[in-house]
Write a protein that binds this ligand. Sequence first.
Ligand code: FPP
Ligand code: MG
Length: 286
Amino acid sequence: VGVNGNKVGHLFENISSFVRQCIFSVLNVGPVPSHIAFIMDGNRRYSKKQNLIDGNGHRAGFSALINMLKYCYELGVKYITVYAFSIDNFKRRPEEVVSLMKLMQEKIDELTKDESIVNRLGIRIYFQGNLKLLSDHVRSAAERAMVKTSGNSKAILSICVAYTSTDEIVHAVQVSCEEKWDEIRKNNDGGNLIRLEENVKDKDEHRIGVTNVDRHMYMSVCPDPDIIIRTSGAARLSNFLLWQSAHCLLYSPAALWPEIGLRHLIWVILDFQRNYLYLKEKKKQS
Ligand code: FPP
Ligand code: MG
């Protein structure tokens, strides 16, 4: 039964992969988004719904992420971003934070291996956020994964941890101001500092602008997302990619994150293609 079961499993996998390829080649006749971002909400509710032990909802969430990553990659989406842990999530029960961080470390180590899905497909990983808020163990695992996948160039997976958009914006503004100030000081050739302050006041070339801030965003490694998908029916951004989402299509299916599947991806791609010209026009006007 075991051998037969295995054979049936393989056959089913081959058939579904073939059906997926057919669907994706049809979708590829139209425009395909280059960047999709996911707010992976609903793992604990899934755990309750399925009577799983605590923490297994997040495990199921990780499997859903790997499936979605594979689908997006096969479809030709070059950038995939996920909201894995917000700075506000540190306020959850300490036991939950500890167990989520353990899971995170285990899964990051798994992704770092040579034979992991990201290395097999050639996907580069970035961890985005205020990484110094992470424990040393998780931060070094994240750094190892970034180094290990730095030679991959087929697609980019950005994992937002210890991330909030407001924190990202404040960080980018701070770095931009420091950079501008360094530049001014360098051009001043060691002149009088008080006179220098008077001289730079109210001068446009000494102000920071959108392009300065843009350059220092954690997410500057990718273009702005075309689509943000938030599962479990809530249509809120919860401090995710606020700077980058001005012209982005939002989709909030009722499914909990571990329940997300191919059908949701197909549906949102069709919606993106229906609205493509309108969204492009809006982007151009800004
Ligand atoms: C939100 O559901 C989910 C999280 C806070 C954690 C998501 C993390 C993973 C899936 C693991 C990712 C790991 C790597 C290495 C990328 P929730 O807890 O808010 O559930 P609820 O909305 O039902 O309460
Ligand atoms: Mg939630």
